[in-house]
Design a protein around this ligand. Structure first.
Ligand code: FES
Length: 148
């Protein structure tokens, strides 16, 4: 519990510093989000209001930009995208999606064609693409990511 409070305070302090650094630039939101992501590895959802207030934007505007760009994420840890396109679904990607969600919780999202259908099923772990994925290989890759 006190660790969560310390983390929250630390997040807000870092976000405040980043906002101060960019506040007066036109189009400050993207550099602010990049700097927060670089400092923390993710953008804590609890800081969206702080970012919005600091840059005189609405929460919806900040959330919209975070959601639009795949580089930004709300959760720490690896970002996993599982292809649910037709070719990958026919090769069992739904089971991979369930497996990854069960292991990681946040940070897993379905996508619809990673452009490598011939090697279905495909996944993307933090921008590294893996084809012909199996549940055994996925378990091994995720174990390595979680331990890193
Ligand atoms: S359908 Fe999965 S890569 Fe195209």
């Amino acid at each position: 519990m006190s660790n969560n409070i310390n983390n929250t305070e630390r997040f807000h302090s870092i976000v405040e510093t980043v906002i101060e650094r960019h506040r007066h630039r036109p189009g400050a939101l993207l550099p602010v989000l990049h700097d927060i992501q670089e400092a923390l590895g993710f953008i804590p959802s609890a800081t969206v209001g702080q970012i919005a207030g600091g840059l005189n934007l609405s929460r919806a505007e900040v959330h919209g930009v975070i959601s639009f760009y795949h580089d930004f994420r709300y959760a720490p840890g690896p970002q996993v995208r599982i292809c649910m396109g037709e070719a990958c679904q026919s090769m069992g990607s739904a089971a991979l999606l369930s497996q990854a969600t069960e292991i990681l919780g946040d940070g897993v999202e379905p996508v619809y064609c990673l452009g490598n259908c011939a090697c279905a099923p495909n996944i993307d772990i933090s921008h590294a693409y893996h084809g012909r994925m199996s549940q055994e290989k996925l378990a091994s890759l995720l174990a390595r990511e979680v331990a890193a």
